[in-house]
Design a protein around this ligand. Structure first.
Ligand SMILES: Nc1ncnc2c1ncn2[C@@H]1O[C@H](COP(=O)(O)OP(=O)(O)OP(=O)(O)O)[C@@H](O)[C@H]1O
Length: 298
């Protein structure tokens, strides 16, 4: 694998009603990784651990080559940008421009032109008080705010929450452009299938505080397929076919097969004399559901 921007080793975080981990995770530098999982699966908790906003109960975390929670992390923090899931209501009475004046002092590399350009693209007026901005407007402002120092690692917790479809498209464009230099990394959580499809290079599935797996996006969609198969009555032979995750009878000797190794499954089906009548890609949420079911969690 490529150089890692983030490494988590045996990381656990215990709360009264929630346990995260143990998590072992590598996130590649120079790519977009999307963390996908149901509500309460631990995505935001993971972000907070990476930023040292909460401490792990066990394990070690490295971000951009530095151990989190050890030594002077000022230089590391200047290389990070974090968009929290929810706005901080304590900032409501501040104007956008006042918030910027406050934040930019921490970042010597703050790029005022880039910030202005983003406000223009998103059509945001930063002279408004943050509490007076609409939800989407504030989200766009905050996105510009966390990107203006051009961090090497951008952590975005549900970035498109509250954005209208036009603003959403602008955000996708902005993030694609952000990745162009090749040495930047984005880790984002998202519930929007289309967003993950358009932006992510890698997908990390999470559920109930556990990482279910990390997958290269194109390979994931290529491997996970639904095949409709005419068995000619020899359905029992399907049990020996590799990669099958689910198999249901669809009527008239046709079986609906979900596979996570489409190439191997198709080859074995053909060698056994079965006919594949059609195939479809599986959606991201269906893959997550099947992975969760396999973990016997749902
Ligand atoms: N079944 C549950 N019922 C109520 N709260 C839960 C449950 N599971 C987890 N939580 C809460 O969720 C928190 C962990 O979730 P976290 O915010 O990290 O998840 P998330 O994946 O970001 O969720 P979301 O998609 O809703 O933003 C824990 O602090 C815990 O309090």
């Amino acid at each position: 694998m490529e150089t890692t921007a983030i490494t988590m080793r045996g990381v656990e975080q215990h709360q009264t009603h929630f346990r995260l981990g143990p998590i072992d995770l590598n996130i590649a530098e120079g790519f977009v990784t999307a963390i996908v999982g149901p509500n309460g699966s631990g995505k935001s908790t993971t972000f907070r651990l990476l930023l040292d906003l909460i401490k792990p109960t066990a394990g070690q975390i490295q971000v951009l080559g530095q151990k989190v929670g050890e030594g002077d992390d000022r230089v590391l923090k200047q290389q990070l940008g974090y968009l929290a899931e929810q706005s901080n209501s304590e900032d409501d009475s501040m104007r956008g421009s006042e918030k910027v004046a406050f934040v930019r002092r921490w970042y010597p590399q703050w790029d005022v032109n880039f910030y202005r350009e983003m406000l223009q693209l998103f059509e945001v007026d930063d002279s408004l008080k943050l509490g007076k901005m609409s939800k989407g407007m504030r989200r766009k402002f905050e996105l510009a705010l966390v990107m203006a120092h051009k961090p090497k690692l951008l952590l975005l917790d549900e970035p498109s929450s509250g954005l209208d479809p036009i603003a959403w498209k602008t955000m996708i464009k902005v993030l694609h452009r952000y990745m162009e230099p090749g040495d930047r990394t984005i880790v984002m959580s998202s519930h929007i299938v289309d967003e993950v499809k358009r932006l992510a290079d890698y997908i990390v599935f999470m559920a109930r505080g556990q990482v279910l797996g990390t997958y290269e996006k194109d390979e994931l969609f290529q491997r996970w397929q639904v095949l409709f198969v005419q068995t000619g009555g020899a359905a029992a032979q399907l049990a020996a076919v590799p990669g099958i995750v689910e198999c249901t009878e669809a009527g008239s000797g046709i079986y609906r097969i979900v596979t996570e190794q489409s190439a191997a499954t198709e080859q074995a089906l053909q060698e056994a004399g079965h006919t594949i009548t059609s195939r479809q890609s599986l959606q991201l949420d269906d893959i997550l559901e099947l992975l969760m079911r396999r973990g016997a969690w749902s």
